[in-house]
Design a protein around this ligand. Sequence first.
Ligand code: ZN
Length: 146
Amino acid sequence: MSTLELLKEVRLPRWLAENKGLPRAVVIDEILQETARAVLVRVRPVVQASDHCHRCGQEITNPVSLVVGYGPECCEHIGLPRPDRVTAEEMMAAAAGLPSTEIWLPRSVLGLDRTSGFSTLDEPASPGETELSEARDFFHSVLAEA
Ligand SMILES: [Zn+2]
Protein backbone atom coordinates (compact mmCIF):
# COMPACT_ATOMS: atom_id res chain seq x y z
CA MET A 1 0.00 0.00 0.00
CA SER A 2 1.43 3.38 -0.93
CA THR A 3 1.31 6.25 1.50
CA LEU A 4 -1.21 7.95 -0.77
CA GLU A 5 -3.82 5.37 0.05
CA LEU A 6 -3.52 6.28 3.70
CA LEU A 7 -4.24 9.93 3.12
CA LYS A 8 -7.78 11.11 3.51
CA GLU A 9 -7.40 14.80 4.15
CA VAL A 10 -4.80 17.18 2.81
CA ARG A 11 -4.08 20.84 3.21
CA LEU A 12 -3.74 22.60 -0.14
CA PRO A 13 -1.21 25.35 -0.76
CA ARG A 14 -2.95 28.70 -0.82
CA TRP A 15 -2.23 29.31 -4.51
CA LEU A 16 -3.79 26.02 -5.51
CA ALA A 17 -6.86 26.37 -3.30
CA GLU A 18 -7.52 29.86 -4.64
CA ASN A 19 -6.91 28.79 -8.20
CA LYS A 20 -9.51 26.01 -7.89
CA GLY A 21 -12.01 27.83 -5.67
CA LEU A 22 -11.57 25.25 -2.93
CA PRO A 23 -11.02 25.66 0.78
CA ARG A 24 -7.52 24.72 1.84
CA ALA A 25 -8.64 21.63 3.74
CA VAL A 26 -9.97 18.98 1.37
CA VAL A 27 -10.85 15.30 1.52
CA ILE A 28 -9.44 12.99 -1.12
CA ASP A 29 -12.23 10.88 -2.57
CA GLU A 30 -10.26 9.06 -5.20
CA ILE A 31 -6.81 8.86 -6.75
CA LEU A 32 -7.18 8.89 -10.51
CA GLN A 33 -3.66 9.03 -11.87
CA GLU A 34 -0.08 9.30 -10.70
CA THR A 35 3.03 10.63 -12.37
CA ALA A 36 6.55 11.08 -11.07
CA ARG A 37 5.80 14.59 -9.85
CA ALA A 38 2.08 14.84 -9.35
CA VAL A 39 -1.10 12.98 -8.55
CA LEU A 40 -4.53 13.51 -10.07
CA VAL A 41 -7.12 13.28 -7.33
CA ARG A 42 -10.81 13.89 -6.85
CA VAL A 43 -11.33 16.09 -3.82
CA ARG A 44 -14.15 17.82 -2.00
CA PRO A 45 -14.17 20.40 0.77
CA VAL A 46 -13.66 19.09 4.28
CA VAL A 47 -16.98 19.30 6.10
CA GLN A 48 -16.36 18.89 9.78
CA ALA A 49 -17.53 20.68 12.90
CA SER A 50 -15.09 23.43 13.83
CA ASP A 51 -15.16 26.72 15.67
CA HIS A 52 -12.74 28.17 13.14
CA CYS A 53 -13.47 28.32 9.43
CA HIS A 54 -11.71 25.63 7.35
CA ARG A 55 -11.32 28.13 4.53
CA CYS A 56 -10.37 31.48 6.07
CA GLY A 57 -9.50 30.58 9.63
CA GLN A 58 -11.88 33.07 11.25
CA GLU A 59 -13.79 32.18 14.37
CA ILE A 60 -17.29 30.79 13.79
CA THR A 61 -20.18 31.58 16.12
CA ASN A 62 -23.30 30.70 14.12
CA PRO A 63 -24.57 27.25 15.22
CA VAL A 64 -25.36 26.12 11.68
CA SER A 65 -21.92 27.19 10.47
CA LEU A 66 -20.28 25.42 13.40
CA VAL A 67 -21.52 21.99 12.26
CA VAL A 68 -19.86 22.27 8.85
CA GLY A 69 -16.89 24.39 9.87
CA TYR A 70 -17.37 27.30 7.45
CA GLY A 71 -18.44 30.86 8.11
CA PRO A 72 -21.24 32.46 6.06
CA GLU A 73 -19.09 33.91 3.28
CA CYS A 74 -17.05 30.76 2.93
CA CYS A 75 -20.22 28.64 2.87
CA GLU A 76 -21.27 30.64 -0.19
CA HIS A 77 -17.86 30.21 -1.72
CA ILE A 78 -17.78 26.42 -1.48
CA GLY A 79 -21.37 26.06 -2.71
CA LEU A 80 -23.25 25.76 0.57
CA PRO A 81 -25.26 29.00 0.78
CA ARG A 82 -26.26 29.08 4.40
CA PRO A 83 -29.30 31.36 4.38
CA ASP A 84 -31.16 28.48 2.68
CA ARG A 85 -30.57 26.24 5.67
CA VAL A 86 -31.65 26.90 9.21
CA THR A 87 -30.87 23.63 10.94
CA ALA A 88 -27.72 21.59 11.33
CA GLU A 89 -29.46 18.60 9.71
CA GLU A 90 -30.33 20.60 6.60
CA MET A 91 -26.78 21.88 6.41
CA MET A 92 -25.23 18.43 6.68
CA ALA A 93 -27.60 17.05 4.05
CA ALA A 94 -26.59 19.84 1.67
CA ALA A 95 -22.92 19.28 2.43
CA ALA A 96 -23.26 15.61 1.50
CA GLY A 97 -24.23 16.71 -1.99
CA LEU A 98 -21.21 18.93 -2.59
CA PRO A 99 -19.59 18.10 -5.90
CA SER A 100 -16.03 16.82 -6.04
CA THR A 101 -13.33 18.46 -8.13
CA GLU A 102 -10.47 16.84 -10.03
CA ILE A 103 -7.12 18.48 -9.38
CA TRP A 104 -3.46 17.73 -9.93
CA LEU A 105 -1.50 17.85 -6.69
CA PRO A 106 2.26 18.10 -6.51
CA ARG A 107 3.60 15.14 -4.59
CA SER A 108 5.15 17.60 -2.14
CA VAL A 109 1.66 18.70 -1.12
CA LEU A 110 0.74 15.15 -0.22
CA GLY A 111 3.81 14.94 1.95
CA LEU A 112 2.84 17.91 4.09
CA ASP A 113 2.18 17.17 7.71
CA ARG A 114 -1.37 16.97 8.91
CA THR A 115 -0.66 17.26 12.59
CA SER A 116 -1.15 21.02 12.79
CA GLY A 117 -4.85 20.61 12.07
CA PHE A 118 -6.97 22.79 9.85
CA SER A 119 -8.45 25.23 12.29
CA THR A 120 -5.87 27.99 12.22
CA LEU A 121 -4.02 29.86 9.55
CA ASP A 122 -0.36 29.05 9.90
CA GLU A 123 1.09 30.85 6.92
CA PRO A 124 1.57 34.47 5.94
CA ALA A 125 -1.39 36.15 4.24
CA SER A 126 0.33 36.40 0.88
CA PRO A 127 2.35 33.68 -0.81
CA GLY A 128 6.09 34.13 -0.73
CA GLU A 129 8.31 34.19 -3.80
CA THR A 130 9.29 30.56 -3.20
CA GLU A 131 5.70 29.37 -3.09
CA LEU A 132 4.84 31.25 -6.28
CA SER A 133 7.87 29.88 -8.02
CA GLU A 134 6.94 26.34 -6.95
CA ALA A 135 3.45 26.95 -8.28
CA ARG A 136 4.75 28.03 -11.67
CA ASP A 137 7.09 25.07 -11.88
CA PHE A 138 4.31 22.73 -10.96
CA PHE A 139 1.87 24.01 -13.57
CA HIS A 140 4.54 23.83 -16.22
CA SER A 141 5.37 20.25 -15.30
CA VAL A 142 1.73 19.19 -15.37
CA LEU A 143 1.18 20.83 -18.73
CA ALA A 144 4.27 19.09 -20.05
CA GLU A 145 3.03 15.70 -18.86
CA ALA A 146 -0.55 16.09 -20.05
ZN1 ZN B 1 -14.34 31.46 6.34
